[in-house]
Design a protein around this ligand. Structure first.
Ligand SMILES: [Zn+2]
Length: 373
């Protein structure tokens, strides 16, 4: 099983986001709301948290205020029948609906019909609706009706990556928990849970480096850590090892060099950088991402702090133009026969190589050369 699944948090204490941990703890000490809305980017543990919450409200041994040693009193025990059924996904009272498939039409109709029925064995029937923003208007209306007058035994956990697409009538009836990108410390905390169980040896500097590369995602971080531990094959993972495997310094160096090219419009140099990267086997998609992140940083800085630009800085309109070219190249990567080609075309276009120059040949001669061939 992959690390991200294998080491899915099972208790509130396992949750690596400090804010989510604290909010859930305080919520569970009071009267638990009947509807939650979990929002935030993919890979931050919304569904795992929903399952933990479902366990916490259904755990038969959990008693408010009387925690086991070292554990938060609101924790599910993970050993009672309810906890075990929910962890293994076999509880018939915990219903997970993926609104992205079929846009939830049948599921919400079913929900409306069956919500009044008491749970079979759990204390609360919990509906976890993933990607809730995908529901049809009809399904949203049906959901709203049940949220307005929910039966005592029901609880809803709505998850979404696109909160702006959820109607405000729904939002206002939910207790909102927002899942933000993980801080490097939170990522290292999540890595430590994994490496202790895997008995892997990883330097603390190496962990910080993986945290940086994971860009705030627990899922991406776990994937990367898994890849690195596998590559290390039982050896201690050092910072140097990661640098070597991920060509970290090389990418950072080449991103800086490419920015020089964007400013100087030096075609040869641009193509040379791409050739170097291709020779090293660097993932071009990843490189484009890094370029766009750099541009994005510059754009935000120019809009918010309005710094005085030097000759080596790109102007706002240059940044915008580059965004268009790089986004296009990124999209074309998927079908590119040569992975470096879309980026090379960006360099050519940016440095004006393919701008039509005045035709050096008289019109007549040019036409004849066409007919010759
Ligand atoms: Zn339990």
């Amino acid at each position: 099983m992959v690390f991200y699944r294998k080491y899915r948090p099972q208790t509130i204490d396992d949750l690596d986001s400090a804010a989510v941990r604290e909010t859930l703890t305080s919520v569970l000490k009071k009267d638990v709301p009947h509807a939650f809305l979990f929002t935030g980017p993919k890979g931050l543990g919304k569904t795992s948290t929903a399952r933990i919450l479902a366990k916490a409200v259904n755990c038969t041994t959990r008693e408010k205020g009387k925690g086991e040693r070292g554990k938060t009193s609101v924790e599910p025990c993970n050993v009672c029948d309810q906890c075990i059924a929910i962890t293994s996904g076999t509880s018939i009272d915990i219903l997970e609906i993926d609104a992205a498939s079929n846009r939830g039409i049948d599921e919400i109709r079913d929900l409306k019909e069956k919500i009044r029925l008491s749970p079979i064995s759990a204390l609360k029937k919990v509906y976890i609706i993933d990607e809730v923003h995908m529901l049809t208007t009809e399904a949203f209306n049906a959901l709203l009706k049940t949220l307005e007058e929910p039966p005592e035994h029901a609880m809803f956990i709505l998850c979404t990556t696109e909160v702006q697409k959820v109607p405000s009538t729904i939002l206002s009836r939910c207790f909102h928990i927002s899942f933000n990108l993980a801080t490097p410390e939170e990522l290292v905390r999540s890595f430590n849970r994994i490496i202790i169980s895997e008995k892997a040896e990883v330097e603390i500097e190496a962990l910080s480096m993986i945290a940086k590369l994971a860009d705030g995602g627990f899922r991406d971080g776990a994937k990367m850590l898994e890849e690195i531990i596998t590559l290390a094959g039982g050896k201690k993972v050092t910072k140097e090892f990661i640098e070597e495997k991920f060509k970290v310094s090389s990418i950072i160096f080449h991103v800086a060099a490419m920015f020089d090219v964007f400013k100087s419009k030096d075609t040869q140099k641009g193509l040379q950088i791409i050739a170097d990267l291709a020779a090293q086997g660097v993932d071009m998609k990843h490189f484009i991402q890094k370029l766009m992140e750099g541009l994005h940083e510059q754009m935000i800085a120019q809009v918010t702090t309005k710094p005085k630009l030097s000759d080596t800085d790109l102007t706002l309109s240059e940044i915008k133009e580059l965004f268009v070219l790089l986004s296009r190249a990124y999209g074309e990567m998927k079908y590119a026969v040569l992975p470096q080609l879309p980026l090379e075309l960006v360099v050519l276009e940016w440095t004006n190589v393919d701008t039509p120059h005045p035709d050096p040949l008289p019109q007549g001669e040019r036409e004849s050369s066409w007919t010759d061939s």
